[in-house]
Design a protein around this ligand. Structure first.
Ligand code: ZN
Length: 288
């Protein structure tokens, strides 16, 4: 699939639901809005895929036909840092998500790595790394060939998923794809993205650790975010001026580094903010 900056919603936009659209209608409807990515939300899933294979394959066909890049957001009920039984159950949940992602030819399964709990960050990272290596081994033996697993940068200080930790997982574990949730980083570091330079520095760190290709093909989440001293509180729409970060600053870095990211809007108004971000990037491309 053509590599260029792509934009789309996390989950089915409210207006599509109102129209009673089926899952396989979504790619066409997104294309009609000028969007070209879709993150399927498997966030409530347990140990088995909660969709039929035929349904996933129909989505694949329509996504290809309409040039829509697919990803899948994995179960929220995952903690790769916890007690053994929790980690084992988490492995099964991530594998169930990867199975469905393979059915629909989604490029990446995004997931939240876990919580430190009583462990030190170092211990938590070690437990998580070992669990993910096991997941990848299992995926290979199950014939899941094309999907990558995507550790996401997390917004709360008690969650594993600082930028460094996500980078570390991607350096160590095969078949990973870094997922940068810029809003989470902003919340975790209490409003760290104020200037273009703040975004540029993060892009530079990613390039140093994972290489230019990984930076160019980032999978991203972006919304405005409200935070407390523990980090993320709630996502907000782009139009809410009192929250950050400002997408235009990231758009300038995308132009400067010639990045081709997939940018998923997790805003309360999903597709409408995806369209807004697409247009902001286009304005910055036109200026350059
Ligand atoms: Zn997420």
């Amino acid at each position: 699939m053509d590599r260029r900056p792509r934009f789309g919603p996390a989950g089915i936009p409210p207006v599509f639901k109102f129209m009673k659209a089926t899952l396989s209608d979504i790619p066409r409807l997104l294309r009609e809005e000028g969007l070209d990515a879709f993150e399927y939300e498997a966030v409530q899933w347990g140990k088995k895929p909660q969709m039929r294979k035929e349904e996933a394959q129909k989505l694949e066909v329509e996504a290809k036909r309409n040039d829509v890049w697919l990803s899948l957001h994995g179960s929220y009920f995952i903690n790769f840092c916890g007690e053994k039984a929790i980690v084992e159950a988490s492995k099964q949940r991530l594998i169930a998500c990867a199975t469905a992602a393979e059915w629909m030819s989604a490029h990446v399964v995004v997931f939240h790595p876990g919580f430190y709990g009583k462990k030190s960050p170092m211990e938590a990272l070690k437990t998580c790394t070992e669990a993910l290596e096991d997941v990848v081994e299992n995926m290979v033996s199950l014939g899941i060939r094309n999907v990558r697993i995507g550790p996401e940068t997390m917004g709360r200080t008690y969650q594993l998923g600082s930028l460094d930790e996500a980078l570390n997982l991607c350096e160590t574990v095969e078949r990973t794809q870094l997922v940068v949730d810029w809003s989470h980083l902003h919340a975790r570091d209490r409003g760290c993205f104020r200037t273009v330079e703040d975004f540029r520095k993060v892009a530079g760190r990613i390039e140093n650790r994972l290489g230019t290709d990984s930076l160019k093909t980032l999978h991203c989440h972006f919304t405005k975010i409200e935070f407390t001293d523990k980090g993320e509180r709630r996502h907000h729409a782009l139009q809410e001026a009192r929250y950050g970060p400002d997408f235009r600053l990231l758009a300038r870095v995308i132009v400067e580094f010639d990045l081709k990211p997939v940018i998923i809007s997790e805003s309360p108004i999903l597709d409408l903010d995806a369209i807004k971000m697409r247009d902001i990037l286009q304005e910055e491309l036109d200026k350059s």
